[in-house]
Write a protein of this length. Structure first.
Length: 67
């Protein structure tokens, strides 16, 4: 159980570190590439929402709910 908790905390800390590193950086990268964010947060949000919808759909299918 400690290993699972450690993995979850590690993933969350990694995401938090990337967010903190990107905070305040320019959304559009200059030609030199200096100051570009590490993560495209709009794309990450879009993919997270798509994954969330898929998980909800699978859960409803498994539990037999109609939505």
């Amino acid at each position: 159980m400690r290993i699972v908790l450690g993995i979850i905390i590690g993933v969350l800390l990694t995401i938090l570190a990337a967010y903190v590193a990107d905070y305040g950086r320019q959304a559009v990268c200059p030609a030199a590439g200096v100051g570009c964010p590490l993560v495209n947060w709009d794309e990450a949000n879009s993919r997270f929402r798509k994954m969330q919808g898929g998980l909800e759909s699978a859960w409803y299918h498994l539990t037999g709910h109609n939505y």
